[in-house]
Design a protein around this ligand. Structure first.
Ligand code: PGA
Length: 250
């Protein structure tokens, strides 16, 4: 049920300038000497994608984007970029459905359109789902997750290109992380639910995201369902990001 290869995906959010490439150089140098095989992706602001992909020669770090417009072609959408433009800039991955974008108006339907546009460009998707604290307290977590999955993923989608990131909204940037017993149940649910809906032979890759740091990462090692992590704040520092990877395998 668990895919052996672990993903460590950084979500820089609105952070970084051209000089921030030094963070990625340091991570790349560390990975060069690190024995375990991982997939490391840094999802950076659109302004940095092209510069970074040109400068980073090593294949051990991929560059991704954080969102895109759902329109497949150019259009009158001030301030937006679409999947094709991000691919052209060098992005290999795109985060979609992040709760911060859902707050700004991304619905399940819009996210589905975005996924379709990214699929067309044959890029990888990190599809975020997660419940609010209110929904959790009302016992609605599974219902919310099922609705988000069914509302945005079509049966015909190739799940091989989609990595699901479970990010409870109450955990993002708060320092609160779920109890591991709850997390195991949720991961099992997401994996079996997707397998059932999409009638796939294998389980999808599912990451955990929300306040992951170098101190709490060890808590997740007992959860064999986790395929990796989506890391926000702690991915903005090479030291923290490297320590997360190191400590995970300690
Ligand atoms: P955080 O963010 O690690 O800072 O909580 C995670 C995310 O928003 O993807």
């Amino acid at each position: 049920m668990t895919n052996k290869l672990k993903y460590f995906i950084g979500n820089w959010k609105m952070f970084g300038d051209l000089g921030s490439i030094k963070i990625i150089f340091r991570i790349s140098r560390f990975l060069h000497t690190f024995k375990k095989r991982n997939k490391v992706v840094l999802c950076v602001p659109s302004t940095l994608i092209n510069h970074f992909t040109k400068k980073i020669k090593s294949k051990n770090v991929s560059i991704g984007a954080q969102n895109c417009h759902q329109n497949k072609n150019y259009g009158a959408f001030t301030g937006s970029v679409n999947a094709r433009m991000l691919k052209n800039a060098g992005a290999k991955y795109i985060i979609l459905g992040h709760s911060e974008n859902r707050l700004e108006g991304d619905t399940n339907f819009i996210i589905r359109k975005k996924i379709e546009s990214v699929m067309k460009e044959k890029m990888n998707i990190i599809f975020c789902i997660g419940e609010t604290i209110k929904q959790k307290n009302k016992g609605r977590t599974f219902l919310v997750l099922r609705n988000q999955i069914k509302g945005s993923l079509k049966k015909k989608f190739n799940l091989k290109n989609i990595i699901i990131a479970y990010e409870p909204i109450w955990s993002i940037g708060t320092g609160n992380i779920p109890r591991q017993v709850d997390l195991i149940k949720i991961f099992k649910f997401i994996k079996y639910e997707c397998k059932k809906i999409f009638r796939t032979k294998s389980f999808p890759k599912v990451l955990y995201g929300g306040s992951v740091n170098e101190k709490n990462i060890r808590m997740f090692t007992s959860n064999s369902y986790i395929d990796g992590f989506l890391i926000g704040g702690s991915s903005q520092s090479s030291k923290k990001f490297i320590d997360i990877i190191k400590n995970y395998y300690k």
